[in-house]
Design a protein around this ligand. Structure first.
Ligand SMILES: [Mn+2]
Length: 426
């Protein structure tokens, strides 16, 4: 647990430089008639959940090079997220994966969460691998399987995940299906879809009335010919089939190269079906790079849609659940998560700068260059001092990664948990 006095001392050491940079930006914004303090307040409210499976070093099927000191239990995962939350005050919730994170003593877990000022964001089911003692295999699918008993087992697992979530005060189930096929002709597309839809509806029917089901899509991997939910259109149709509390989840990396993700976001907001967001970066097709590391302009354009939707009373979309979903092959996972949150808040702050009235007027008048320049002006503004100021006012560090390093957190974790401690996850 990082003491508040330690954070205050650290911030004091950076205060001179921060004061200069923040003062300049606030003055720059005020000359554009933008209320800098109001923006800080908005950034202070923005929270991004941390998944329990991203706290260890990831890898590929070729190898994995853990850095040591990884969390060995649900309790240690909560400690790690609590530490991130203390540093940036923007990571106030954790997502759990069942069966990796089954709580043995739910009340003790709830107390531990409260001690770190954390909540549970969502619970995630896992039918993408077979567990020990599991009677029927998911090799040929789970919710889409041709065999009734296998489908029933997968439905029961999802309902069990909801029951664990209820014990912890969670109200969101996220379903990502690894179901699909690898060879032409292997799977009957229409029958497989209908079986999936009916399985999801059975899970939906077993959820409490105040729960939300998020349905995620992915175009390929682990299957390389077809995925059962490859795109947002399929997710959208499934949410309509299940009911009003089913929503689409957009994972940034789950698109083919050059997909216009911001347009998908705009569409789903318009339909009132954007329920969740998984942040990561993607270069060739994997979804495991640091958020904003490859395409920061795209991330900004996505936030531009989100802010636009949030400002429009005509948009009837529920609150969006934001989470990071990445693995970290060569970086310290905790540093990578801090970087990702930093990049997300930076994109959000830039989107808040967009002059929406001027943009809307330019769009209606077909002033193409003007519209683009309005977006570029916001994107090219250096808002890092604004994000730092929001973290400071929330009680966090002006530079979370700087303090993480100064405190030598990784060495302490290795001393406590061991060099060979490896977390469950991806
Ligand atoms: Mn995801």
């Amino acid at each position: 647990m990082i003491k508040t006095e330690r954070i205050a001392d650290y911030n004091q050491s950076l205060n001179d430089n921060h004061g200069f940079r923040w003062g300049y930006l606030a003055e720059h914004l005020s000359r554009k008639r933008i209320d800098a303090d109001a923006l800080v307040e908005k950034v202070r409210q923005f929270q991004v959940a941390i998944p329990s499976w991203a706290l260890g070093t990831g890898g590929t099927r070729f190898g994995r090079y853990p850095g040591g000191g990884e969390p060995r239990s649900l309790e240690e995962k909560i400690e790690d997220v609590g530490m991130l939350q203390a540093l940036n005050r923007a990571s106030g919730s954790i997502s759990l994966h069942i069966p990796w994170d089954i709580p043995e003593d739910p009340q003790a877990v709830k107390d531990l969460l409260a001690s770190y000022d954390l909540t549970i964001d969502s619970v995630n089911s896992n039918t993408f691998q077979d567990q020990k003692e599991q009677p029927l295999s998911y090799k040929f699918g789970s919710l889409c399987h041709t065999d009734d008993a296998t489908r029933r087992q997968a439905v029961e697992h999802n309902i069990e995940v909801v029951r664990y979530g209820e014990q912890l005060g969670c109200r969101t189930l996220t379903v990502w299906l690894a179901d699909g096929s690898n060879f032409p002709g292997q799977q009957h597309f229409r029958r497989a879809y209908q079986r999936t839809a009916d399985s999801l509806k059975a899970i939906y029917g077993a959820m409490p009335a105040d729960w939300t089901m998020l349905i995620e899509y992915k175009p390929y991997e682990p299957h390389f010919y077809s995925m059962i939910i490859p795109d947002w259109g399929t997710s959208f149709q499934l949410t309509q089939y299940c009911g009003p509390n089913a929503q689409v989840l957009v994972d940034l990396g789950h698109h083919l190269p050059n997909t216009n993700i911001e347009q998908i976001v705009g569409r789903l907001l318009h339909f009132g079906r954007l329920g969740g967001f998984h942040f990561n970066g993607s270069m060739y097709g994997d979804d495991d790079l640091t958020t904003g590391s490859i395409k920061p302009f795209q991330l900004f354009l996505i936030f531009n849609e989100l802010v636009d939707g949030a400002n429009d009373p005509a948009v009837k979309n529920p609150e969006v659940a934001y989470m990071i979903d990445a693995s970290h092959n060569t970086k310290d996972p905790l540093e990578d998560l801090l970087q990702s949150v930093q990049n997300i808040l930076t994109s959000y702050a830039k989107a808040l700068l967009v002059d929406r009235d001027a943009l809307s007027a330019a769009q209606e008048a077909n002033e193409v260059t003007t519209a683009e320049e309005i977006l570029k002006d916001a994107f090219l503004t250096d808002v890092r001092p604004l994000v730092a100021e929001a973290m400071r006012r929330n009680g966090g560090a002006l530079d979370p990664i700087g303090l993480f390093r100064q405190l030598d957190v990784r060495r302490h974790l290795i001393d406590k948990r061991g060099r060979r401690a490896v977390a469950t996850g991806l």
